[in-house]
Each structure stands twice: as structure tokens, then as C-alpha cells.
Ligand binder design. Structure first.
Ligand code: 5GP
Ligand code: MN
Length: 324
């Protein structure tokens, strides 16, 4: 067993109060990892709180249904241990900022982002893992901790969503083996999970997609495609944040496109960028230039400025990147 897993085992055995959090704007991997680890520690008799300051996207509501611990937006008692799952940086942990000032707080950082610099006292980071859920499954198996159907469903969903349902380059033999194990041992139904996540779209989200696709542009000899989602469109078709997550994939899916970008206006003068790429470009490096990060094929950052200013700035940067 590797030394990080041993250290995790030691901490779990010796401490009682745990607070687990995922990243802001949580996705399937964040929520799945949070609920899976939370349920296991709960079953071990630990005092567990699950915290995410943002709402759980309703598509992942089915994961919370059978969880012994609910996700709340805050916490009362200070924990002994804070476990951050799927968070590339401390600043992305979805928890009130004053937590970091607590003395004697032991921080465990479990993640698969290549840009994670290791902000915990114990860092379990594997950038080859397709999802944080895959690392947690490995941890639970090695430490022989109790997995049940609810935990398996959360982990399967974490891995399936972070691999685009096994379509992205992070899907490895180990990823498929992990999911095969979950399906076989705990009777997870892949078709049901796919249906829960992808076939329950709101009418507004599909109409909003239409608005976003109308803004699609192609540049740099067809290598870069981008589209825009502004507050006016959102006011016309209100949706949850999570429902816009897949819009950027349409830009990348165009033949010849190496980089797809979605410029989303969070509020006036604050633009969130989603970067997606094919195997040609590592977009985590491009997003890092603007203070963000993520993975080689999917990254994000937030830039202050008006939509036209930010688009102009980013396209100039990408033009320089290609050396035009
Ligand atoms: P998305 O475009 O779906 O928001 O994010 C894609 C990937 O980039 C995710 O893995 C996410 O964790 C990461 N990411 C998104 N925004 C940021 C950011 O502002 N900072 C960092 N470090 N990573 C981000
Ligand atoms: Mn992830």
C-alpha cells in the first residue's frame, strides 16, 4: 500500500470529526466523491459533515436521495479534519473562507487535477486518474472500507461524468475496470445513470443552447471556435449553472477545431471561460495564464472585464499562442 493511503488510514482511525467539501460549481465527480466518502465515514461511526456552498445541481439529486448524510451549505462545529475532494486549489474549495484560519485543522486533499500543487497536509493526488471518484474507489478497496450500492452509484457517476461517459482521453483500462467492478459487484445500471444525467434536460436549457449556438464563431484557420452566453440570454431562459456545462462541447466538436471556448457572463464585468481541446493543445496551460487551471482537455478561468474586452484579450492571447 502506498504511504499516502497508509497515512489516510491512520488519520481516519485516530480522528472523529470530519468535514468534506468539493469544489465550487460542483460537477458529478465533486458531488459523487463527496457523497461516497461521506457515506463510508458515516458508516464507520465518524461525525461527518458534507459542505458545499453552492447548490447541488438537480441532475445529481438522485445521488443524494439514499445518502445517510445530506449536503449542507455551512457547518456548525469546527472539524478536526477537512477533506477536499476534486479541488485543484484551496481557493476552489466550496467552503467559507474562515475555515483555513482554524488551528489544528488537518487538511486532506484528494484530487486528480494536474495543476494541483498539494495544498493539504496529506495530498492524495493522481493526475492519471480519470476522476477523483476513481482515486476514492482505489482507496476504499485498498483499505477494505465498506462500499455499498449507494457509494458505488456515487463513484460510478463521478467517473462516468468526468470521462464524458467514457469518451474522453482520460478513459483508461483502469477506468473501465473500476466501473466494471462497480457495475458487477453493486448492480449499477449504466443506462440508468446516463439517463439521469443526460436525458432529463429542462426545456429552457435546450432553448438556451439554441441562443448560445447562434453566437458560434470560427477563427484562426478553423482551429478555434467560441460562443457566448450572456446575462440577457440567461434572463430569457433561466437555468441552473450546471445545465450550461456541456455547451462548450459543441465548439470543440467541429471538424478541424483544436480549441473550443465558451465565454459565460457571470455578472457584468466578470466572465467565466470554459476551455475544451482535442489532443493537439493543453488548455490547462492557457487557462493558467488567466489565473485558472484544470486538465489538458478541459480547463476553466474567470476574467474580469466586459464580454467584448475579454473575448478580444483571449483571442489575442490564443493568436500569439499559435504564433500567427
Ligand atoms: P468547466 O469549464 O467545466 O468549468 O471546468 C473544466 C475543468 O477546469 C474542471 O476540471 C474544473 O475543475 C477546472 N476549472 C474550471 N474553472 C477553474 C478555475 O477557475 N480554476 C481552476 N484551477 N480550475 C478550473
Ligand atoms: Mn474531477
Amino acid at each position: 500500500m502506498n504511504s499516502q493511503f497508509q497515512e489516510f488510514q491512520r488519520i481516519i482511525a485516530s480522528k472523529e470529526g470530519f468535514l468534506i467539501s468539493c469544489h465550487v460549481h460542483p460537477d458529478g465527480d465533486g458531488i459523487g466523491s463527496l457523497l461516497a466518502l461521506g457515506a463510508v465515514l458515516f458508516k464507520m461511526g465518524k461525525n461527518v459533515r458534507l459542505v458545499c456552498t453552492d447548490d447541488v445541481p438537480s441532475v445529481y439529486g438522485f445521488l443524494e436521495d439514499n445518502s445517510p448524510v445530506a449536503i449542507s451549505q455551512g457547518f456548525d462545529e469546527p472539524p478536526e479534519v477537512l477533506i477536499c475532494v476534486d479541488c485543484a486549489e484551496r481557493e476552489r474549495v466550496a467552503i467559507s473562507a474562515d475555515i483555513w484560519n482554524r488551528r489544528n485543522l488537518f487538511i486532506i486533499n484528494i484530487d486528480h487535477h494536474i495543476t494541483n500543487a498539494g495544498f493539504g497536509h496529506l495530498n492524495i493526488i493522481d493526475s492519471n486518474a480519470a476522476a477523483t471518484g476513481e482515486i476514492i474507489l482505489q482507496l476504499l478497496k485498498e483499505l477494505q472500507l465498506p462500499v455499498n450500492h449507494q457509494v458505488a452509484l456515487a463513484l460510478y457517476t463521478a467517473i462516468a461524468t468526468d470521462t464524458g461517459f467514457f469518451r474522453y482521453a482520460n478513459t483508461s483500462a483502469e477506468t473501465l475496470e473500476s466501473c466494471s467492478y462497480l457495475v458487477k459487484t453493486f448492480q449499477i445500471e449504466p443506462a440508468k445513470v446516463a439517463e439521469q444525467v443526460h436525458e432529463q434536460k429542462s426545456y429552457n436549457s435546450v432553448r438556451l443552447l439554441g441562443e448560445v449556438l447562434n453566437t458560434l464563431c470560427l477563427g484562426l484557420d478553423g482551429k478555434v471556435a467560441w460562443s457566448v452566453l450572456d446575462q440577457q440570454m440567461l434572463a430569457k431562459y433561466p437555468v441552473e449553472n450546471e445545465e450550461t456545462e456541456s455547451y462548450v462541447n459543441y465548439a470543440r466538436s467541429i471538424e478541424g477545431v483544436e480549441i473550443g471556448i465558451l465565454f459565460k457572463e457571470l455578472r457584468p464585468n466578470q466572465i467565466k471561460l470554459s476551455w475544451r481541446s482535442t489532443s493537439a493543445v493543453d488548455v490547462s496551460k492557457l487557462a493558467s495564464n488567466f489565473g485558472g487551471g484544470g486538465h489538458a482537455r478541459a480547463a476553466g478561468c474567470t476574467i474580469n472585464g466586459s464580454l467584448p474586452e475579454v473575448i478580444d484579450k483571449v483571442l489575442h492571447f490564443v493568436t500569439d499562442f499559435y504564433g500567427y
